[in-house]
Design a protein around this ligand. Sequence first.
Ligand SMILES: [Zn+2]
Length: 265
Amino acid sequence: MQYKGNLRKMSVKESTPIQYALNLSNETIDLNQCIGQSIKLEFTGVINCIDCGKKTSKSFSQGFCYNCFRNSPMAEPSIINPELSRAQWGEARDLKWAIEHDLIPHYVYLALSSEVKVGVTRHHQVPTRWIDQGATAAAILCETPNRHIAGVIEIVLKNHYTDKTSWMKMLKNDIGSISQLEAELKKAGTYLPKELQRYLVSKHEIRSLEYPVDTYPEKVKSITFDKTPKVEGTLMGIKGQYLIFEHGVFNIRRHSGYQVTLTLA
Ligand SMILES: [Zn+2]
């Protein structure tokens, strides 16, 4: 079977293990059933912006053309740095978009994706956000009424935790223990100044996530279309937004907007 279309991040469904699907040209392809099988992904050479759809010779910030990277609300700096959100003061690239996306409940969470990390997400992105990062377990620490406050809390906690996933460790399944996460959930609130402690949730519910991986790689080598336009091999598993092959790992999200053909055995 062959499919053609522009890559978007894989859609995920919480289940044991997590279910992954790729949407290409109106077809939904179940990727879990491809594990253990040979698959081929070929880049056609065309990249279409994930916002406006126009052809772009280069992808900026995981799938935007330069114009959208500079102007789209989906590429606003507060996406990466939530504390920069100014929607609560009526300022944004697109205020209507910001009201819908920034002025809604947000969570500050601790996750175990390699070490214990801190992060921010919109309330409706749980557990999708955690799955996209390849977290093995995560729990909500604070609930805030908007993105800005969640970002301010994250800044304080960044003095104690990383906000990045070590993707190599995550893909080798070299991760901390649940008891570490439990211990940090108890401690984290004490790092916050009084005026931010009011956003702490009263109970920490740890959610565990299991990924469809047959074998974790010992060495992790990143494969990109910018170096190799064809990726072919036996799919050993899927974690985060990565396809794990015997010879390397391929980050689907990084290639958002890239037009590909997918051939299944
Ligand atoms: Zn664009």
